[in-house]
Design a protein around this ligand. Structure first.
Ligand code: PLP
Length: 408
């Protein structure tokens, strides 16, 4: 492949027009949309309007005048079609960690005779930590059973109350079989919560077809909602009735402005609300989601797969010392490329110094997010060229590239 070939792929790319909808800095190749999505132009305009007009001019009247109060539901309705969820099943609130806590509480209460939470040993730490946290808070002898991905089916036995899994692994990009694992959990009489942080907006998800019970996911990665964007939570229609979770904040109450003495949960997914919604962040996420209005996520995944093929083929030729951790079979992965190198941190800092932004995960992994809305084949080709130069020259081997920052 040459740069001319990559440019030709960009000219015939049916998704190429999306790039203009993002504000991207000159001279940067952004390969970290799996961690923080790029800035959609619509979010700039929307946040500025919300700040100056809705907050600045209309002040508190905006809760009604601009319907701030229902933003968690409205934004949830926009996310629903991206994850195969029907109307009234998705709410945007809090962070993914907090939503995991709420849904674990709901699920455990629906399996009162069982005491085991199963999760993947290599799951994102918050999923494992929150599972342990709720188990000890309940004080009823709940335990967390960690299993490697390959042996999950064997770990899902008839003592399991809840299975909490992330579809696409944050470190390797490997993808679990949602359909099969959900069926295995149901077979064992357990409920399932799917963490879709690395799936939502990256690839087609069909929660209804997989019969998942619950799901969570974040707004700031592939959904491009901005740093600290609130997360979403999904509840299957069959679990919406009598939904009750323990973070009984006033905005999850059936009648928040009645200021009643006792707590009564709101109807359906509204029961997952807790406190005052972050209006600025929600507005940014709301505007960001317009990018997806007519988007075909199957086409998005297939461009990500083509970007993957280009990047990994170039790296095989240019960087023989890098080990590819992500599965080669497109069905078995999400849309990131993970590479292993003993000095991965320093190599990534050297790349960032050359304008190619990816990230690092302990202990030796470089991650590159392939986000088809704003990445061109030419960008990915150039990123591989620069990585090849850095590896060949040893340019990463400098003290300043080995200084660990607080956020890595
Ligand atoms: C799979 C997964 N789950 C959960 C989280 C954490 O989400 P939050 O910070 O919104 O609680 C992340 C963050 O990267 C993640 O990758």
């Amino acid at each position: 492949m040459t740069m001319t070939d990559a440019d030709a792929l960009d000219r015939s790319d049916p998704l190429a027009h999306y790039r203009a909808r993002f504000a991207l800095p000159d001279g940067v190749i952004y390969l970290d949309g799996n961690s923080l999505g790029a800035l959609p132009r619509a979010a700039i305009e929307r946040v500025s309007r919300v700040v100056t007009e809705e907050w600045g001019r209309d002040l508190i009247t905006s809760w009604n005048r601009h319907d701030w109060i229902d933003l968690p539901r409205r934004v949830g309705e926009k996310i629903a079609p991206l994850i195969g969820a029907g109307p009234g099943t998705v709410i945007v609130a809090d962070s993914t960690s907090i939503n995991i806590f709420k849904l674990l509480a709901v699920a455990l209460a629906r399996r009162p005779d069982r005491r085991v939470i199963v999760t993947e040993a290599n799951n994102f730490p918050t999923d494992v930590y929150m599972s342990g946290g709720i188990a000890s808070l309940l004080g009823q002898g709940h335990t967390v059973r960690l299993a490697e991905a390959a042996v999950l089916p064997a770990a899902i036995r008839d003592d399991v109350a809840v299975v909490l899994l992330t579809e696409v692994n944050y470190r390797t990009g490997a993808r679990l079989d949602m359909q099969a694992l959900t069926a295995a959990a149901h077979e064992a009489g357990a409920l399932v919560i799917w963490d879709l942080c690395h799936s939502a907006g990256a690839l087609p998800v069909d929660l209804a077809a997989t019969h998942a019970d619950f799901a969570v996911g974040c707004g700031y990665k592939y959904l491009n909602g901005g740093p600290g964007a609130p997360a979403f939570a999904y509840v299957a229609p069959k679990h919406l009735k009598d939904l009750h979770q323990p973070l009984s904040g006033w905005l999850g109450h059936a009648a928040p402005f009645a200021f009643e003495a006792g707590y009564r949960p709101g109807q359906g997914v509204d029961a997952l609300r807790v406190g005052t919604p972050p209006v600025l962040s929600l507005s940014a996420l709301d505007a960001a989601l317009d990018v997806f209005a007519q988007a075909d996520l199957a086409a998005v995944k297939s461009k990500a797969d083509a970007l993957f093929d280009l990047f990994t083929a170039e790296l095989r030729a240019r960087c023989p010392g890098l080990e590819l951790l992500t599965p080669l079979d497109p069905a078995l992965r999400g849309t990131q490329v993970s590479l292993r190198h003993p000095e991965a941190y320093a190599v990534m800092q050297a790349l960032i110094a050359r304008g190619v932004i990816g990230d690092f995960r302990q202990p030796d992994i470089m991650r590159f997010g392939l986000t088809p809305f704003y990445l061109r084949f030419g960008d990915v080709f150039r990123a591989a060229e620069i990585l090849g130069e850095i590896m060949a020259s040893g340019a990463w081997d400098r003290p300043e590239f080995k200084q660990r920052a607080k956020v890595v």
